[in-house]
Design a protein around this ligand. Structure first.
Ligand code: AMP
Ligand code: MN
Ligand code: MN
Ligand code: MN
Length: 283
C-alpha cells in the first residue's frame, strides 16, 4: 500500500484542483492520500468525492499555521471534524491574518521598485480562501521579475527576506489541543526542516508529547536529509510517536515534490486511524 499524507491543492498554494490532485495520485500508484491545504478544509469534499470515483482513500487533513518562540511551525491535523466550531473559528482568523498582511508585502516590494499590486496577487490566488507567499511569488513570475517560485523566495520572501511579513499564527500547543478537540490526530510537519529545527529541540518534542499528547512527527520529507530522517525516526520511536513520510506536493510550480516521493508505512497509517476513531473523528 502506498500512502502519501501531505499534499496541497489550489484551494491553498498547490496548482491542481482537489479532484485533479486525487486523479494524479491514482495515476502515481497511490492507495491513500491526505489533502492538507493550509488553514482550510474547503477542498476536502471535492477530494473525497474524486477518491470514491478513482479508488483512492482520502483522509481529511489540514496543515495549520502555528508558532513556537516566534518561529513558524506547521501542524498536520488528520481526521478532524471539519465542522468543529472552535477549530473553524481559529482557521478563520488564520485566513484573515493571511489576507491582512498582503498589502504590506506588496508595499515592501514596491519599496524595492517592483510594481506588484494586491490585484496582481489576487489574479494568481484566484478563489483561494488562504492567500500565501506562493501567490505573491506567482505574481512576480508573471511580471517577469523572477524565473520561478524558488527564486522569488530566495531573493525576497523567505523568512528574513526584504519582502517577508509575518502573519498571525496560533501557539503550537494550542494547535495540538484543538486538533484533538476536533477528534483528529496531530502530527508536526517537517519538524527539522529549514524553518522550525532550532525551536523544535528534542526537549521540546518530549514536552509536547508529554503535555499535549502529540501523536506524531513527519520524518520523511524533502527538507530532511537522510541523517536527519534517521535521527527523527529514532527519536520518534523512543517517544512513542507515529512516524509519517509524505511528498508535501504543491503541483507543478514546485518540481522537487512529486506525489509519493516520500510515503508512510501502512502500520503508521493504521495507528493514525485508530487514534482518530478513538477520539470520534472522521477517518
Ligand atoms: P505563508 O504560509 O504564506 O507564509 O507561505 C508559506 C508557504 O510558502 C509554505 O507553505 C511553502 O509552500 C512556501 N515556502 C515557504 N518558505 C519557502 C522557501 N524558503 N522556499 C520555497 N517555498 C517556501
Ligand atoms: Mn505551502
Ligand atoms: Mn509546511
Ligand atoms: Mn505543506
Amino acid at each position: 500500500m502506498r500512502i502519501d499524507l501531505h499534499t496541497h491543492s489550489r484551494v491553498s498554494d498547490g496548482t491542481d484542483t482537489p479532484g485533479k490532485l486525487v486523479e494524479k495520485a491514482s495515476q502515481a500508484g497511490l492507495d491513500v492520500i491526505s489533502l492538507t491545504d493550509h488553514d482550510t478544509f474547503d477542498g476536502i469534499p471535492e477530494a473525497v468525492a474524486a477518491g470514491g470515483r478513482v479508488g483512492v482513500a482520502v483522509l481529511p487533513g489540514i496543515e495549520i499555521s502555528c508558532r513556537l518562540e516566534g518561529r513558524d511551525v506547521h501542524l498536520l491535523g488528520y481526521g478532524c471534524d471539519v465542522s468543529h466550531q472552535e477549530l473553524g473559528e481559529e482557521l478563520g482568523s488564520l485566513r484573515a491574518g493571511r489576507t491582512r498582511r498582503l498589502p504590506e508585502m506588496c508595499a515592501r516590494l514596491q519599496g524595492l521598485r517592483i510594481g506588484i499590486t494586491v490585484e496582481d496577487v489576487m489574479a494568481q490566488a484566484r478563489t483561494t480562501p488562504s492567500i500565501g507567499r506562493p501567490h505573491v511569488t506567482d505574481a512576480l513570475v508573471a511580471k517577469g521579475v523572477v524565473k520561478d517560485r524558488q527564486e522569488a523566495f530566495d531573493r525576497y520572501l523567505a523568512e528574513g527576506g526584504p519582502a517577508h511579513v509575518p502573519r498571525h499564527a496560533i501557539e503550537l500547543g494550542r494547535g495540538i489541543d484543538l486538533v484533538h478537540e476536533a477528534g483528529g490526530a496531530a502530527v508536526i510537519a517537517h519538524p527539522w526542516g529549514r524553518r522550525s529545527r532550532e525551536v523544535l529541540t528534542v526537549a521540546v518534542l518530549e514536552q509536547l508529547t508529554r503535555e499535549h499528547g502529540l501523536d506524531g512527527i513527519e520524518t520523511g520529507h524533502r527538507e530532511h536529509d537522510s541523517t536527519t530522517r534517521r535521527s527523527l525516526d529514532e527519536l520518534g520511536a523512543r517517544l512513542g510517536l507515529i512516524r509519517t513520510g509524505s511528498s508535501d506536493h504543491h503541483g507543478w510550480k514546485r518540481p522537487d515534490r512529486d506525489l509519493g516521493c516520500f510515503t508512510t508505512a501502512e502500520s503508521a497509517y493504521q495507528e493514525l486511524l485508530d487514534r482518530i476513531r478513538s477520539r470520534g473523528g472522521t477517518a
